[in-house]
Ligand binder design. Structure first.
Ligand SMILES: [Zn+2]
Length: 356
């Protein structure tokens, strides 16, 4: 369809400063995969593809973040590293060693207990630079959302750190603030309901990251104004293990507004695109006013964290399929760790959308 549309790209350089040295993966300490090289590679590829201009986000302050996350959790994220150091613990970052589980009776007020209560794994260590990076990542999401609310057909927030594993009061999986949820909630709160429609603005969130977006699902699980649809690795086999089953359909008012598509190891382009068709049909039925896409490319066959077999050709096709929904769309960057192909895969998806 005609000439390629431009997609405004939003990114703040402070997002590069969060750079933990290592993470615990498959029983070993490894170099931190969610590194500042990721956004650099993506920016290079987007510039080469001439997808659109890059701008820095505006500062919306804490209010739209508080609309999604618990105050005590936000206080923790901002103060944890200083408390951790004051307690004589490792300067490498806040790595909890003991995790709160249901049935435990004491809620510890010290930093060791807080760290284990507000994290669900060891891959979201908090350093001195984590809060500013996560804050500006969320502001990038908000700015992209506002661009779309003000009439852009699409915008891309190069969020990093990513967000879809973060719950209202939990960090994990490289995520601290749930950028997709913050963008969706902002769109709901800042948009007037459509004329003749008493219901709130409806938003669909489609998560195409390799991993289930457990945080996003949890945040909207009891809501009927946000449809959450996710294609991801079967949690019987892959992270985050404890959410992402096809039987999770929402609760209470939210029942029927959560759809998970767990997929097997080795999922190829054809299988993935066929499942994406089903997901897109659900979104079309829901008739949302906006689409928020949690854009992960760790579905790529060469990804060190994934076990799907998507080729580079799949990403423009995914983008083109999303464009067929004809919805104002906010793209929020999530995962993707095959560093050499990362930029091309992200540019491929956005380019496929722009051409669609
Ligand atoms: Zn992922």
């Amino acid at each position: 369809m005609g000439a390629t549309a431009q997609i405004q790209i939003v990114f703040h350089p402070t997002q590069l400063e969060h750079a933990p040295a290592r993470e615990f993966l498959d029983g070993a300490w490894v170099d931190y995969l969610e590194s500042p090289r990721r956004p650099r590679m993506i920016l290079d590829a987007l510039a080469q593809a001439q997808l659109g201009p890059v701008s820095e986000p505006d500062d919306f302050g804490l209010a739209p973040i508080r609309a999604v996350h618990a105050d005590r959790y936000l206080d923790y994220l901002q103060s944890a590293y200083a408390k951790w150091i004051a307690d004589g613990r490792s300067r490498d970052g806040v790595y909890p060693d003991t995790f709160y589980k249901p049935g435990f009776l004491h809620r510890s007020s010290g930093i060791g207990g807080q760290a284990g209560a507000y994290a669900f794994d060891l891959s979201a260590p908090i350093t001195a630079h984590t809060w500013p990076a996560a804050y500006w990542s969320a502001q990038s999401a908000l700015t992209a959302a506002r661009l779309v609310r003000e009439g852009a057909h699409a915008a891309f927030a190069l969020c990093r750190p990513p967000g879809h594993h973060a719950h209202a009061d939990l960090c994990g999986g490289y995520c601290f603030l749930n950028n997709a949820a913050i963008a969706a909630e902002y769109l709901i709160q800042s948009s007037t309901p459509m004329s003749g429609d008493r219901a709130q603005t409806r938003i669909a969130i489609l998560d195409v990251d390799f991993h289930h977006g457990n945080g996003t699902q949890a945040i909207f699980y009891r809501r009927s104004d946000v449809l959450f649809v996710s294609l991801h690795a079967d949690p019987d086999r892959q992270y985050p293990y404890f959410m992402g089953g096809s039987d999770e359909r929402g609760e209470g008012e939210g029942e029927g507004f959560n759809w998970n598509y767990p997929l097997p190891a080795g999922t190829d382009d054809a299988r993935y695109l066929a499942t994406l068709d089903e997901a897109c049909a659900r979104i079309a039925d829901f008739a949302p006013r906006y689409l928020v896409v949690s854009l992960g490319v760790d579905t790529f066959g060469g990804d060190p964290l994934g076990d799907f077999a998507l080729t580079g050709d799949a990403f423009p096709r995914i983008g083109a399929r999303l464009a067929q929904l004809r919805l104002p769309t906010v793209f929020i960057m999530e995962g993707g760790y095959a560093i050499e192909q990362l930029g091309a895969n992200v540019a491929g998806m956005l380019g496929g959308f722009a051409k669609g």
